[in-house]
Design a protein around this ligand. Structure first.
Ligand code: GLY
Length: 367
């Protein structure tokens, strides 16, 4: 196992070093076109913190100043979204944890701390006090909450700790509890979107979201649940979150074992054809499973570590591109069941690099 990890780490360094030497530095990668990184058209796009995240992971692991410079440049580019304010949404944790909070933790930059705290204040302000949830998106979806949001609330845990004031953590816990109670089905699978009455907080219905159908199981949402619940356990030490991470992980592992290959389809309950792979779901789950293994007893560890490693190895063997002509490493991601198939997406690379570095003893950027 160690030999494989070392080989992949070598290839990762070689590829990323080459990529940053030839790509434009005033662009935040989202996917690729003809093998070259291209940005998402929207400056507020929720994935715009992941490139900085990859750069911080690489800087922390190698000390190479080129990565740090690019991470810092990316962070400044995000100011357009932060100070633009009106287009911001619930995904500010995805944007500013791997950029500004990582920067602050690595360099103690006071401006980065301020950006992280501003993003936390924006997230907290979206809390619905009747339904005890952080609302998703903007516009008239006033009562919508989504499973992905579990990955944003570490920003609130961090802010509470940073300013020594429990109010942000209290919001995060209430939100996590609502998701635990209403999104996780008895068999461990999850809903993507739940709708609540924004005035009374009453649960109204579940929606299809990025899944195949209402009642099916979007694999990336399942992965967000695994990783998101274990992060809430990390920050609060409330055992119900670790139990939820394990339950959702067991569903994920069982569903994968029933597939032809140990790389998730976009939805675990979609028809056999067409097959839409989502490698990004696998990379997110792998990184979360490695964290679960840290918190369970010796006799349980193996299930989570072996599954994480199998996800990484199978994805690497089948869907990683190590050529220097293609900027992205992990190919064959899917945006949603109904759109954006077979493309690399930047968070596939982020969670791949994060998981490999965790296996080498480092920490991810969401803790
Ligand atoms: N957070 C949105 C997605 O996973 O596509």
């Amino acid at each position: 196992m160690n030999k494989w990890i070392d080989e992949v780490w070598e290839k990762t360094q070689k590829k990323l070093k080459h990529t940053i030497s030839q790509m434009p530095h005033d662009m935040i990668p989202y996917t690729t076109k003809n093998g070259k990184f291209v940005a998402h058209e929207h400056p507020y796009w929720w994935t715009n913190g992941f490139w900085a995240g990859i750069m911080w992971l690489m800087y922390q692991a190698t000390g190479d100043e080129d990565y740090k410079a690019l991470a810092q440049k990316n962070e400044i580019m995000l100011d357009k979204a932060l100070y633009g304010f009106e287009g911001l949404h619930h995904d500010v944790g995805f944007m500013w944890l791997p950029s500004s909070v990582a920067s602050y933790k690595t360099t103690q930059n006071a401006e980065s701390r301020k950006r992280g705290l501003m993003a936390a204040a924006i997230l907290a302000s979206r809390f619905n006090t009747q339904g005890n949830f952080i609302r998703a998106w903007n516009g008239d979806a006033t009562g919508w909450a989504i499973i992905d949001s579990l990955m944003n609330i570490p920003l609130l845990y961090w802010a509470s700790d940073e300013i020594k004031d429990p109010r942000y953590q209290q919001i995060a816990i209430k939100h996590a509890d609502t998701l635990l109670e209403t999104f996780v089905r008895p068999d461990g699978s999850i809903n993507h979107i739940n709708v609540f009455d924004p005035d009374t907080g009453e649960y109204l219905e579940s929606l299809q979201g990025q899944a195949y159908a209402v009642g099916s199981c979007w694999s990336r949402g399942q992965a967000w649940a695994i990783y998101g619940f274990v992060l809430s356990y990390h920050y609060t030490k409330q055992i119900r979150y670790l139990d939820a991470a394990k339950l959702t992980a067991h569903y994920f592992i069982a569903a994968l074992s029933a597939q032809d290959e140990f790389v998730p389809n976009c939805d675990f309950r979609s028809p056999k054809q067409p097959v839409y792979k989502d490698t990004t779901a696998g990379m997110i789950a792998a990184s979360g499973l490695i964290d679960i293994a840290k918190y369970v007893g010796e006799h349980e560890k193996d299930l989570y570590l072996t599954s994480a490693l199998k996800l990484l190895r199978e994805t690497e063997k089948r869907y990683c591109d190590w050529t220097l002509e293609n900027d992205a490493i992990v190919q064959m991601g899917t945006e949603a069941y109904n759109k954006g198939h077979n493309i690399p997406i930047i968070y596939g690379d982020y969670y791949f690099v994060e998981a490999i570095l965790k296996l080498k003893g480092k920490e991810g950027l969401f803790v």
